[in-house]
Design a protein. Structure first.
Length: 364
């Protein structure tokens, strides 16, 4: 189910908060004060699943490092976390992988489903007007370049366009195709679309802590997956280079999404943990969460906030996205940094949103 702003494409803050046909599995907060050593070594009886890498458990400080001048308030304060080791996809789930899932199950994504306005309006502010029936059609938001400089980059409706017929198989609309792009990351994936794939594959989405720990690659003070050098961005990540959202210099070689593994892996062997597409985590987005975690001291295997909270978007049920995308630029969001995070409604699958999966292990 899409929200009215996704459909109309004109509401400033896109009320991304209405329900889909089934509720996604909620991950409740389970805070465990550290009393045990983390699982660091891969169990000898476990074979590394194809396409995944082992992330050794350990301790780290989650959140923005002190020397990150681009860090935002919701990336702070840093707080201490201990994690057990886990397996993680070496790259984002691709079109080919998602197609295999759809062919095996017949699954239909949120962006492809018929829209029920009566159900939708229950999740919107009272009095929200119904959009025209011609707009109330299955589709998704796609990126569009601006024709000239934009003085207000807080109004992101200026570069998003509601496109009827846009979905994971047709990323830019019904005339587009993923043919020849089988190794590109799948996009237009809502939260429940990612969960459905996880259930089929026997995996799950990473927690925000797992994602950030893996992206850091054992570098405690790194700002980026490759270290602290901003000048290495164009050779290490697919991002926007130039004046956003007007001109892209293509210094990194890509206009939109790049094939997975197009840029160097981090020290754990993970690709595209910066740029390309935003990635879903299982954590609810809550503006109080980091402060609450800091007050608890060291926490082991945190599962995120118990509920969503975002004063700027109070009607939405939002999860945390990590990694940034091909639209992130120095002048706009700079979210190709390890600690960067973004809130996104669970029913929102956009042209720059995908995911990767993880598998945990149990201590004996």
């Amino acid at each position: 189910m899409k929200t009215i702003a996704q459909i109309a494409g004109v509401v400033l803050f896109f009320f991304w908060g209405c329900k889909t046909e089934k509720k996604p599995q909620e991950v409740k907060e389970e805070l465990e004060v550290v009393g045990l050593e983390p699982i660091t070594e891969k169990p000898k009886d476990l074979k590394t699943p194809e396409g995944m890498v082992w992330i050794p458990g350990g301790e780290f400080h989650m959140g923005a490092v002190a020397n990150d001048s681009m860090a935002m308030g919701h990336e702070k304060p840093r707080h201490q976390v201990v994690l057990d080791g886990f397996f993680m996809d070496e790259h984002e789930v691709t079109n080919a992988q998602y197609q295999a899932f759809v062919e095996a199950t017949g699954y239909v994504t949120v962006a492809e489903r018929t829209i029920d306005w009566e159900e939708m309006k229950k999740q919107l502010p009272p009095g929200t007007p119904k959009p025209y029936d011609s707009i109330l059609q299955p589709g998704a938001l796609i990126f569009k370049k601006a024709k000239s400089s934009l003085p207000n980059l807080f109004d992101f409706s200026q570069w998003w366009e509601w496109k009827i017929g846009a979905n994971w198989q047709h990323p830019q609309g019904p005339q587009s195709s993923i043919e020849g792009k089988e190794n590109h990351p799948v996009v237009h994936i809502a939260y429940e679309d990612a969960l459905a794939y996880c259930e089929w594959s026997g995996r799950r989405l990473p927690t925000e802590a797992e994602w950030e720990y893996a992206a850091r690659g054992g570098q405690p003070e790194a700002i980026f997956t490759w270290g602290t050098q901003f000048e290495m961005l164009e050779t290490n990540a697919n991002t926007w280079e130039g004046e956003f959202p007007v001109t892209n210099s293509l210094k990194d070689g890509c206009e939109r999404r790049a094939p997975v593994k197009s840029y160097p892996a981090n020290s754990y062997g993970l690709y595209d943990m910066a740029g390309n597409v935003w990635e879903w985590t299982s954590d609810w987005y809550n503006t109080d969460y980091y402060g609450n975690q800091k007050s608890l001291g060291v926490v082991k295997n945190p599962k995120g906030a118990e509920r969503t909270k975002n004063p700027t978007n109070p009607y939405a049920q939002e999860k945390v996205l990590k990694g940034g995308s091909f639209l992130c630029s120095e002048s706009y969001c700079a979210s190709y940094r390890i600690s960067a995070r973004m809130a996104s409604s669970i029913d929102s699958g956009l042209e720059h949103t995908g995911f990767r999966t993880v598998m945990g292990v149990s201590s004996k």
